[in-house]
Design a protein around this ligand. Structure first.
Ligand SMILES: Cc1ncc(COP(=O)(O)O)c(C=O)c1O
Length: 407
């Protein structure tokens, strides 16, 4: 079956954050929404049909998790990533960010610290900070490459880590720059974190959408240290465009970490799964690979389309080619605008809603590695991207004209 990713779907009025929060976030509702990390494609029909089938039954009472759900996850992880996981290593959690919050609540005590490596998915900073935990920064090192443009700074990490650092949050693959971390980098990270007894939380939510032949390396598989000192979070939500189902899971191979933590989750009913979330996830993992493969091809073409357009028409912006997922990190520093002016340029001159790079880049002490960057979501029909890029080009040309007139 061929799926149609060109179809335009109007999400206005569905309470979608991406469309219905434009005015609240950007001050105006008339922008092309290319921000929040979900896609504008239809959630695949095998997921919608599984939900519809269940809703044919008129009773929405208490349920248990379908016995086929966890085996569908185990098989998916084996088929997709070659990772043999055991069913008992898994626990449902309603959302990856929720999972991070539960980990911090359980493993981080008052006065402990959490390490993040900006620029990175902003809730890695916000969840600790909003719950009274100090976030410490080991900023990634920018190398200017057209893909994999950041490296982890291990020397700096060794300096940053002290006895109060208990958890490091890893975005693997990396949001916002789409980096598929190499095995050797993950091994080095595991070595350092094991030495300092730091628990690594590997958020692998983007890992099923690796592009251009890149292969995801699950953090827990890179060494014994990584396996015993980590918690992995994963979900079908990005891949199958079902973020609203809040269907995610933990993977914890180490009994000593897992058993008490899962007992705690169970005692507080943090692991109980809304039944529709599990039905959607099981359908995704059981029937979804063909859809996923076609989606990956479409996204790769979108990446090429954007990169070629920008290189040709707006060469002052440098695109970073993502190795995974549907987010593109744009280095706009060549435009010569102050960051505030850059955001205004995208919103008010071009009429586009992208994520402001600075939210990802806070590095402490007034430093920000996201300054001059914007994050573009390409998980939409190509015609939408084309329209958006033409508007961007128009704004760019007008800005050159008005500069020329002033001079
Ligand atoms: C790296 C990363 N982790 C987690 C999430 C959100 O996951 P959830 O909706 O399951 O909390 C996102 C969404 O953008 C993400 O990019």
């Amino acid at each position: 079956m061929m799926y149609n990713f060109d179809k335009i779907i109007d999400r206005n009025g569905t309470n979608a954050v991406k469309t219905d929060m434009l005015k609240a976030n950007f001050g105006r509702p008339d922008l092309i929404p290319l921000w929040v990390a979900d896609m504008d494609f239809e959630t695949p029909p095998f997921i919608i049909n599984a939900l519809k089938n269940r809703l044919e039954h008129p009773v929405l009472g208490y349920t248990v998790t379908s016995p086929a759900y966890f085996p569908s996850v185990v098989k998916w992880m084996k088929d997709r990533h070659g990772w043999d996981i055991k069913q008992e290593w898994l626990s449902f959690v309603p959302g990856v960010v929720h999972g991070i919050a539960l980990i911090l609540e359980y493993f981080v005590k008052k006065g402990d610290k959490v390490v993040i490596q900006p620029p990175v998915y902003h809730p890695f900073r916000l969840v600790p900070q909003n719950t009274g935990i100090e976030a410490v920064y080991n900023p990634l090192r920018y190398n200017g490459a057209s893909e994999s443009c950041y490296e982890m700074d291990f020397e700096q990490l060794e300096k940053v880590l002290d006895d109060r650092c208990k958890v490091l949050l890893l975005s693997n693959p990396h949001n916002p720059a789409g980096i598929v971390w190499k095995r050797e980098s993950l091994q080095r990270l595991a070595e350092i974190c094991a030495k300092r007894n730091v628990l690594v939380v590997s958020d692998e939510i983007h890992s099923d959408l690796t592009l251009f032949g890149n292969k995801h390396v699950p953090y827990a598989t890179v060494s014994d240290e990584a396996r015993s000192g980590s918690i992995t979070l994963h979900a079908p939500s990005k891949t199958f465009n079902m973020a609203g189902m809040n269907s995610s899971f933990f993977i914890i191979p180490n009994d000593e970490l897992r058993v008490p933590f899962y007992n705690h989750l169970k005692a507080n009913e943090h692991n109980s799964a809304p039944f529709l979330s599990v039905i959607a996830a099981e359908a995704a993992f059981t029937c979804g690979n063909e859809w996923r493969e076609q989606l990956v091809e479409y996204l790769e073409d979108n990446v090429r389309f954007v990169a070629q357009f920008i290189e040709r028409e707006i060469p002052k912006i440098k695109t970073v080619i993502p190795q995974a997922s549907f987010l593109m990190w744009l280095d706009c520093r060549g435009l010569g605008l102050r960051h505030k002016e850059l955001v205004d340029f995208f919103v008010n001159k071009a009429g586009l809603a992208l994520n402001d790079g600075e939210i990802f880049g806070v590095c402490g002490e007034g430093r920000n590695s996201g300054t001059g960057f914007m994050r573009l979501n390409i998980g939409c029909p190509r015609s939408v991207l084309e329209k958006a890029l033409l508007k961007l080009k128009g704004a760019f040309i007008s800005s050159i004209d008005s500069t020329a007139q002033r001079e």
